[in-house]
Design a protein around this ligand. Structure first.
Ligand code: NAD
Length: 290
């Protein structure tokens, strides 16, 4: 397949490399990041999109996605699919889908979970919004870049699934860290706490698969001095998107709002930037209630 790939950063670079390695003809563009091996470098986003059957984007946010869409949609062939894999606000995903449709093209929002390890190993999970026809065209590419693609519904449904998932993740990690800090002060051994909770009704991915306490449970960023992993500032970005969406549709999300405020303090007023999002544990265990 002839593919344009725009945004070759930490995630986009290895995703594009996996497509090229599988024999697809990939033309890439990024403002700063280098082209990975096997990907032909274009001089602009429009050039990367010209003649492509599928144009993939992996960009920092919705404003940049909208700007790139303005540039690439006029260059894309009729019927081609614009598939955005970035995590962006639901409104931007829907606006870009409308714009593509008005120009005679198709669009998907297909954010991912799995991080840089998943992008490199081709084991991402894609959450996809858009038409059945567009999903069918891009599905073989999702299978190369990931292990699972769930078609969640119409335009915006992929982003909706992503921010709901990550709102649960942020809140669950925060309360798991709180519980360890409380257990410490109650004199409960961390390993015993893990042994009980990981097999009881408090279990979660945060506890069982990504335990925030060093030396407990499977290997996680806690065992590597909280180097990300999933950086706290990316968690904050996703939590903010959840609150933006909740405001737009008047949904009451009190725990999501509290988790957002907590990560905002950690990242913007304390030392959380550049640390894994599970580093809330040393932050919480080092303080009292006030
Ligand atoms: P990144 O900053 O490493 O990559 C983004 C790239 O986009 C950069 O290389 C940048 O130069 C490029 N870019 C910016 N504006 C551009 C433009 N106008 N034209 C062309 N290129 C442009 O970020 P990343 O970690 O690769 O994340 C990309 C997206 O994936 C984000 O939306 C992020 O939220 C999401 N995501 C990241 C992770 C992760 O663990 N890193 C996990 C899941 C989802």
């Amino acid at each position: 397949m002839k593919i344009g790939f725009i945004g070759l950063g930490n995630m986009g670079g290895p995703m594009a490399a996996n497509l090229a390695r599988a024999g697809h003809q990939v033309t890439g563009f990024d403002l700063t990041a280098p082209c990975p091996e096997g990907v032909v470098k274009a001089a602009s986003a429009a050039e990367a999109a010209t003649g492509a059957e599928v144009v993939l984007t992996m960009l920092p946010n919705g404003a940049i996605l909208r700007a790139v869409a303005d540039e690439v949609i006029p260059a894309m062939a009729a019927g081609a699919v614009l598939c955005d894999c970035s995590t962006v606000d639901v409104d931007s995903a829907r606006a870009v889908a409308d714009q593509a449709q008005a120009a005679g093209q198709q669009a998907l929002d297909a954010p991912v979970s799995g991080g840089v390890g998943g992008a490199t190993g081709g084991t991402l999970t894609f959450m996809v919004g858009g038409s059945d026809a567009a999903f069918a065209i891009v599905r073989p590419l999702f299978e190369l870049m990931g292990q699972k693609a769930v078609h969640c519904g119409a335009a915006g449904a992929g982003q909706a699934a992503k921010i709901c998932n990550n709102m649960i993740l942020g809140a669950t990690m925060a309360v798991t860290c709180e519980a360890f800090a409380l257990a410490d002060k109650l004199g409960l051994d961390r390993q015993k706490m893990f042994d009980v909770v990981s097999t009881s009704s408090g279990y979660s991915w945060s506890m069982n698969a990504y335990c925030p306490a060093p030396g407990i449970g499977p290997q996680s960023p806690a065992d590597n001095d909280y180097k990300p992993g999933f950086a706290a500032e990316l968690m904050l970005k996703d939590l903010r998107l959840s609150q933006q969406a909740a405001e737009a549709v008047d949904a009451d999300t009190p725990i999501g709002a509290r988790a957002t405020a907590l990560y905002a303090d950690f990242v913007e007023r304390e030392d959380g930037k550049g640390r894994d999002f599970s580093a809330l544990l040393p932050r919480l265990s080092g303080r009292g209630r006030s």
